[in-house]
Structures are given as structure tokens and as C-alpha cells.
Design a protein. Sequence first.
Length: 291
Amino acid sequence: MSETFETGTSGTGPSKAGTSEAGTSKPGISAALADELWRTAGEMAEAARAAILPHFRAEGLGADNKLSEGFDPVTVADRAAEQAMREVLAARRPMDAILGEEYGHEAGDSGLTWVLDPIDGTRGFLSGTPTWGVLIALSDATGPVLGVIDQPYTGERFEGGLGRAEWSGPLGQRKLAVRPARPLSEAILFTTFPEVGTEAEGAAFRRVAAEARLTRYGMDCYAYALLAAGQIDLVIEAGLQAYDIQAPIAVIEAAGGVVTDWQGGKAHEGGQVLAAASPEVHAAALALLQG
């Protein structure tokens, strides 16, 4: 295939569940192209599952440390999964650019970029918890247009964008939809690390946590999937990279949620992120984050 994508203005409302036959919210992407992009994303998710699962909870699994100070692990499974996804793209979409956590940027000329995190939550992967996931996003110049959060061990896949808002797994296939609006005092809040980020960022997070009903930690990308599936109300994080957040943005927005930075602007480049099930709870949390 050799089509070139023409960028347009991103849709902001929740997408209709189903395949691209339901329509797309992105000018420049036809129904046929949307179907091709979703087939490609699905093939990448399957390839990543096959590469990762033999290593999960395997005896003797180790990790290299990316940092000279602190601990940022990478395993053979991370590298194998990204390589497997890149092989799919080389065969199906060689015109698209790629940004991956493990192997960096590869240029393309279609105006589209696949943003890949082969294992988001490698610390959880090393610990044997099923809270990690494979993140696949497709972005244009304005941000993500589709996203996949895939949990290979539980067999769950959360997909959003270009006319799709679906969740499949052991319980079958369901429509993705965030939970109805409710006050911050009734909200469930997640973040990955108790310290959140800097000392100031941690203090801002604790202002929100003090008002929420329940705060939980350590879920990595699975927290964003739970938000899109209507199970929780808020995810607040800091210090993210583009590959950490672009797939969750697409999935949550397709489910009807809101994702911004802590200033209320776009979050697809990473940094500080506030994801919410409703504009109301987003506004309440944003006010507290800003002090």
C-alpha cells in the first residue's frame, strides 16, 4: 500500500463502538484505510503477545537497567515484542513512521506514526503481576487517532479510535464506556508510583487523593484501561513519555473520557497527565492539582 494520509482536526467526542463501518472521526482516513490500520494494529498486538508470554513468570527472567542511578528495567521480552511489532509494520505499513521505547524513531512519509511501548509496566512484569500491557498507538501531527491497550496474560484488549470503542477478553466483547459523572468525593483514583514525580507534583497529587474516596497504586497502563471500561474515575501521573500515554489517550477518549496535562492542555507528548471519566471530575481534580 502506498497511500499518504492527509492530516485533519482530531475529533473530541466519544467514538461509536464497532468497526470503521460506524464511521471515523478523523478527516483524511477513509473507512477502508481505517480497517487496514485496525488490522495492522491487531496483528501487532498478536505478535507482541506471542513474543512476551513465554517469558512471563519464567524461571530466571532477569532485566538490564537503563539508568545509572535508580532502576528502569528492560527485559528480553520488551525487546522481542517491539521487534515483532516492527516486523509487522515493515510488511504491512512500511510508509509509516515508528516511535518505540526500545528502538527509537524510524522515519516514514505517510504522515502517520506508530507509537509503541512493548511492555508498559516492566516492573510489574518482573514481579509477576498482570498489570502491565502492550501499548500501540497511531498518531498524526495532532496526536493519537487510534490506540490499543493489550494485556496478553489475561487475554484482554481495549481498543479506541476511528469509529471503535471495544473491550474483549474472557467475558466476551463489550462496548467501552466510561462511568457516569460523580463527584470527586465518590471517585476512585489511580497512579503508578506513590511519589508520583517531583516533590511538588507529589504534593499536588495528594491534594486530589485527600478528596477522593479511594486511592490505589501500581497499575501502570492497566489503570487507563480500567478507566475506559467504566471501573474507575481518575488516573493522575507525571514524568511520562509519549509512548506511555498515546494509546491510553485514544482508548479513553473513544470511551467518552477526558485526558489532558495538568494545565488542561494536550498530553500526547507525555509529562504530567490527568485522565478522567467525566468533565466534572476532571475539572475538580485539575483545580486541586493547580493549587
